[in-house]
Design a protein around this ligand. Structure first.
Ligand code: LLP
Length: 430
C-alpha cells in the first residue's frame, strides 16, 4: 500500500518534531541528547502533539453531542491515557487489561465503551462492575453470554451491536474490518433480528448502533456509505419500537506517513452532521473511537546505526531497533519516514534500514537515501500509534523505553525492559 521512495526532507506529521540548529528536536528537546541519556531503541512522544491532535477533535465536535473515545489499543501507556483523560476523552477498550489501565489513570467509566470480537466472561464481569457506558457486541453468542453474566451480577449491560455494513474502506486488507468477509460485527442484514433478540434478553438494555470499518482511511466516502446503512437500520429499529440513543462510527481516520492527505476530524464530522441533519437524526448522540489519528504522528522511534554493510545488491544500515520493536513495516508493508537526528552533509546512498533479528522480514524501511555512519541516531517517524503496543520480545530482546517530551522537559514514562524482566515467570523442569 505504501510506495517505496526516499524520505521526505521534513518530518511528516505535526510540527512538534522539527530541525533546529541542524538537529532534530521533539518540541524543545534535542533527540540526540535523549538517545545519549536514555539509550536506544527509544520511543519518544510529544505531549504538545497529543494535545494538538485532541484539539482537532475538540474543535470538530464543538456544539454537538459527541463522545470521543480514544481507541487506546493504538498506544496504551499510562501517561498517554492520563493525558487524554485530563483533556476529557473517553476510551474505547478491547480487553480486561485495557480496562485495568483506564481505571488505573482514573478515567470515568461512564465514558468507556468496550469493543472486541471475543470478550470473555471475566472481562464482562469487570466491565459491568466498573459500570462502563456500553458494550459493543459483535455476535449473538456474545449477546447471550453478556446477558447471563449481567443477570448473575444483578446488573444491566447497556449494549450496542457492532454492525458490519459491508463497505470497502479502501485500506490495507489487514486493517480493513467492515467487509462481509471480515470476522467483525453482525451482518447488517441480520441486525434487525439480532436487535429484537437483544431487546428480549434479560440483563441487557439496547442503547446504540456501532460500526468500525477499518483503519488508516483517508476518504470520507466509506464513512458516509456506512452511515447511510446504519441510519436505515436505526429507522427500521425505531419503527419496530427499539429506541437508539447513540451511533458509534468507530475510528479509522488516516494520518500522514508520507504523502497521504490525512482525513481531518472536522471534514469527516462536518459531512456526518450534514447527513444526520438531512435525515432527521441531528439530535442523535455520536461516539467516535479514533486511535491512530490521536497519537500516530506524536511519536518517533529512535534507533542507532550499529553497522553499515555494503552487499552486492543492497546497502544495509543495521540498526538496534527491529521488527520486535516496530512490526508495522514487515506486517503491513507500511512506510515510515527515516530522519537522521543529526544530519551530516555529503552524498547519500540508498539503504535498507534493518534490525538484528534473524528474519529477512526484519526491516524498518527500504531503499531510502541516507547519509549515515556507524553510531548515527535515526528517527523512525509516525510511530506513536501501533508501535510500542505491538512490540514483542522475539530473540529475547527487551522492549524499548518510552519518554514523553513536554516543552523543554522530558519524562521517562516506561523504563526499558531488562533481560531479567523477560525471564520472570519461567522455570526449568524439576
Ligand atoms: N475501534 C475499533 C473497534 C477498532 O478495532 C480500532 C482499531 C479502532 C477503534 C481505532 O482505529 P484507528 O482510529 O486507530 O484506525 N495495527 C494496525 C491498526 C489496527 C487497527 C485495529 N482496530 C496498524 O498498525 O496499522
Amino acid at each position: 500500500m505504501n510506495p517505496i521512495s526516499s524520505a521526505p526532507a521534513q518530518p511528516a506529521g505535526y510540527p512538534h518534531f522539527h530541525y533546529q540548529n541542524g538537529a532534530l528536536h521533539a518540541e524543545g528537546v534535542p533527540l540526540q541528547m535523549l538517545a545519549e541519556r536514555l539509550g536506544t531503541p527509544l520511543y519518544v512522544y510529544s505531549r504538545a502533539a497529543l494535545q494538538a491532535a485532541w484539539e482537532s477533535y475538540r474543535v470538530a465536535v464543538a456544539g454537538r453531542d459527541v463522545l470521543v473515545c480514544y481507541g487506546m489499543k493504538a498506544n496504551s501507556n499510562l501517561a498517554v491515557l492520563k493525558e487524554f483523560a485530563r483533556l476529557g476523552a473517553g476510551f474505547d477498550i478491547v480487553s480486561g487489561g485495557e480496562l485495568h489501565r483506564v481505571l488505573a489513570v482514573g478515567a470515568d467509566p461512564a465514558k468507556v465503551v468496550f469493543s472486541g470480537v471475543g470478550k470473555q466472561a471475566w472481562e464482562m464481569r469487570k466491565a459491568l462492575e466498573a459500570d462502563v457506558k456500553c458494550f459493543n457486541v459483535e455476535s449473538e453468542a456474545e449477546l447471550h453470554l453478556l446477558s447471563d453474566v449481567a443477570v448473575s451480577l444483578g446488573k444491566t449491560a447497556r449494549v450496542s451491536l457492532r454492525v458490519n455494513p459491508d463497505v470497502d474502506a479502501g485500506t490495507h486488507p489487514y486493517i480493513s474490518t467492515g467487509l462481509k468477509e471480515n470476522k467483525f460485527g453482525i451482518a447488517i442484514a441480520d441486525a434487525p433480528r439480532v436487535y429484537r433478540a437483544a431487546a428480549a434478553l434479560p440483563g441487557l438494555h439496547v442503547t446504540g448502533v456501532d460500526c468500525h470499518i477499518g483503519s488508516q482511511i483517508t476518504d470520507v466516502a466509506p464513512y458516509l456509505d456506512a452511515l447511510d446503512k446504519l441510519l436505515d437500520l436505526i429507522d427500521g429499529l425505531r419503527a419496530a419500537g427499539i429506541a437508539i440513543e447513540h451511533l458509534d462510527l468507530g475510528g479509522g481516520l488516516g494520518i500522514r506517513y508520507t504523502d497521504e492527505t490525512p482525513l481531518q476530524p472536522a471534514t469527516l464530522l462536518g459531512q456526518v452532521y450534514e447527513r444526520l441533519d438531512a435525515r432527521g437524526w441531528g439530535h442523535l448522540k455520536l461516539i467516535m473511537e479514533p486511535g491512530r489519528s490521536l497519537v500516530g504522528n506524536a511519536g518517533v522511534l529512535l534507533t542507532t546505526v550499529q553497522f553499515l554493510k555494503h552487499a552486492e545488491a543492497r546497502n544495509f544500515a543495521i540498526v538496534d531497533a527491529a521488527m520486535n520493536d516496530l512490526i508495522r513495516p514487515t506486517l503491513y508493508d507500511a512506510w515510515h519516514g527515516v530522519l537522521p537526528v543529526q544530519p551530516r552533509g555529503g552524498a547519500t546512498q540508498e539503504y535498507d534500514v534493518v534490525g538484528p533479528v534473524c528474519e529477512s522480514g526484519d526491516w524498518l524501511a527500504r531503499q531510502r537515501a541516507l547519509a549515515v555512519e556507524r553510531g548515527d541516531v535515526l528517527a523512525i517517524e509516525s510511530t506513536g500509534a501501533y508501535g510500542m503496543v505491538m512490540a514483542g520480545n522475539y530473540n529475547t530482546r527487551p522492549r524499548p523505553a518510552e519518554v514523553m517530551v513536554d516543552g523543554t522537559e522530558f519524562h521517562v514514562i516506561r523504563q526499558r525492559e531488562t533481560v531479567q524482566d523477560l525471564l520472570r515467570g519461567e522455570t526449568t523442569l524439576p
